[in-house]
Design a protein around this ligand. Sequence first.
Ligand code: GDP
Ligand code: CA
Length: 307
Amino acid sequence: MRIVALAGGIGGARFLRGVQRAYPEADLTVVVNTGDDTTLYGLRICPDLDTVMYTLGEGIDEERGWGRQDESWRAKEELAAYGSPTAWFGLGDRDLATHLRRTQLMLGGMSLTEVTASLCGRWQPGATLLPMSDSQAETHVTVVEEGTKKAIHFQEWWIRHRAALPAQAITLVHHGDLLPAAGVLEAIDAADLVLLPPSNPVVSIGTILQVKGIREALTDKRVVGVSPIIGGAPVRGMADACLTAIGVETSAEAVGRHYGSDLLDGWLVDTTDAGVTVPGVEVRAVPLLMTDLDATAAMARAAVDLA
Ligand code: GDP
Ligand code: CA
């Protein structure tokens, strides 16, 4: 069975662990959001790729859900002591080595796809991880700060402001056509089914769907989504702030309808949300809390059964 999944960070990565537990023989390709990527101190940082890579490679800090286990923060403390204006960004010492190595390889001329494959050589995630694009694209958030309207990088809004400044718009900024990375359309074309894990519908899945050709490539495919919203609230994080910014209610039904029948064939909602309907889409209610690996594997089986 060939499975393609589109994923952001934590929610996506945890779900994929369940997919691997339920279908160890499946050929899994993950197309990962890179709209959250940023350059700090000259280093290229790809938070969602790293979260998926560390999670599937068993290097993740389980409690935090991102970054490396057994992490220390000496470099970050030193940067703060220098008064660095970006010291709010969570940059662990071990994690820093990933960014150093990525940047070293990129400066040597490798594409992000090639660099990701190289880093995965260490982590052996058991899946092919592909960035959504080899070109840079940044999610910017339009906010009003001290009476002035301005666009800030997604990370500044999400981490520094904890998404508390109301977002007037969320925009993916790039030059020219944003093309899919090498292998993305080929993987979708070869897939038996496509899964949308419970990732952020706006700044993770929504961003990947803005890459030229990806949405079109999915129209002929069996696509099943898993709701990140349960009982009118995100399970963790601040996806509600993103949904509000694009005028979508924070509910499993509204997100399912936002994706719509052009994209989805099936929509999994939590049992709390049984009765939700999405025109043209088969909706099924099953427990959707990823409390442990067995529960997550059961979610993966439900998604594949629905597909
Ligand atoms: P990020 O890049 O770290 O924000 O991670 P994602 O884009 O993958 O999305 C995080 C989303 O995962 C949030 O909207 C959460 O509501 C969702 N999520 C986290 N844990 C669970 C869970 O146990 N069940 C479900 N259904 N969704 C979850
Ligand atoms: Ca993310």
